[in-house]
Design a protein around this ligand. Structure first.
Ligand code: TTP
Ligand code: MG
Ligand code: MG
Length: 353
């Protein structure tokens, strides 16, 4: 507009691998292609106790999903190919994929093994160009790694991720800035990061409407939302309008090392729980004893699948197994005392500094 210093348009790309662990297994075992594949705990003919990590789209047709008890998955599709989690392999593939992605912009934020945001702002001049970049990235990942992914491009991280979800599987979706608010208007409020079932129920009550869409929640003013939800509420105000100001942060790989154990039977046998926990701490410690760590987390899943974590931070340093155990055992005991539910799973992990 007569302004020679044209303001740079924000352009963010989100990449997420399709059915990641299961797709890698298909690549390694071409004979699995076209059949339902489930990666996760051993189903032990329906008696297995862990959960599904992920599954391919054939298995999803039977209703199988990430996080579901493996016994349930077995019931839904006993003929599926059930495979254990080969994390070493998936990490290797993840590194290879993001080495490719990194070439598209040095400003990249990895958010999980199969997901990253890439800031294209300033690197590409338009959404048309951004689409070409995204298409190239998908092509190169497929040529080099024989894996499909999906890509979303939009004006911020939240919208790029939503675009990616719309692109899934094996696709690309661009949401230009002018399309952003309109594109999400008919989606359910839970599409907004931070709005979960509890917040949704609250909104339902206020609106006297079930399963509200984002457009329904636009009636709330910023101060109303702040009254309801505090600081988060103000963020919701913007997010409901497709606005998200969080920057793409090139974090060092947030590394943690941990281990979990699912009990054969849900239990409140403190002696046994502590024995298993001690072993977990020992196993984790032996993996990190030469590394500096600065925090630990204890995980507890109750019989009803409610999962809680408790964590503490400390100065970065090398610590003994005894230190880690002393620090963490009290957290574990709190899980036993704060509820009288039986425990299904416990876990322990440390944060690498
Ligand atoms: P996602 O990207 O959530 O799922 P996905 O890649 O399997 O499938 P989609 O095509 O829908 O993206 O997770 C990436 C990987 O993380 C997934 O392959 C396995 C692992 N994972 C778990 O181990 N447990 C979980 O509960 C979830 C959600 C994922
Ligand atoms: Mg994925
Ligand atoms: Mg993902």
């Amino acid at each position: 507009m007569g302004n020679s210093k044209k303001k740079k348009e924000n352009i963010i790309l989100h990449i997420d691998m399709d059915y990641f662990f299961a797709q890698i297994e298909e690549r390694e075992n071409p004979q699995f292609k076209g059949k339902p594949v489930v990666v996760g705990a051993d189903p032990k003919e329906g008696k297995g106790r862990g959960v599904v990590s992920t599954c391919n789209y054939e298995a999803r047709k039977f209703g199988i999903k990430s996080g579901m008890p493996i016994s349930r998955a077995y019931k839904l599709c006993p003929q599926a190919i059930f495979l254990p989690v080969n994390m070493q392999l998936y990490k290797r593939v993840s590194r290879a994929v993001f080495q490719i992605a990194q070439k598209f912009s040095s400003k990249m934020e990895r958010v999980s093994l199969d997901e990253a945001y890439i800031d294209l702002t300033g690197r590409v001049g338009s959404y048309k160009e951004a689409r070409r970049e995204g298409e190239d990235l998908r092509k190169i990942v497929f040529e080099k790694e024989r894996l499909t992914c999906s890509i979303g491009v939009s004006k911020n991280k939240m919208m790029a991720k939503i675009a990616c979800e719309l692109a899934k599987p094996d696709g690309i979706r661009i949401i230009t800035p002018v399309q952003a608010a309109k594109t999400i208007a008919s989606m359910k409020v839970e599409t907004i990061p931070g709005i979960g079932p509890k917040t949704r129920q609250f909104i339902e009550k206020k609106l006297k409407k079930k399963d509200p869409q984002i457009r329904d929640a636009l009636v709330f003013s910023k101060s109303e939302l702040a009254d309801f939800f505090g600081k988060r509420g103000e963020e919701f105000y913007y997010k409901l309008r497709g606005i998200d100001k969080s920057p793409v942060e090139e974090k060092k790989e947030a590394k943690s090392v941990g281990k979990e154990h699912t009990f054969q039977k849900d239990t409140r046998d403190a002696k046994m729980i502590i024995k298993v926990f001690k072993r977990l701490v020992g196993d984790v410690h032996s993996q990190v004893k030469d590394k500096k760590i600065n925090g630990l987390t204890v995980v507890c899943r109750y019989e009803d699948f409610e999962t809680h974590t408790k964590q503490i931070s400390f100065d970065a340093g090398k610590y003994t197994e005894e230190f880690l155990y002393k620090k963490s055992i009290s957290l574990l005991l709190k899980f036993l005392t704060q509820s009288n539910k039986k425990i299904r799973l416990i876990g322990f992990r440390v944060k690498i500094a």
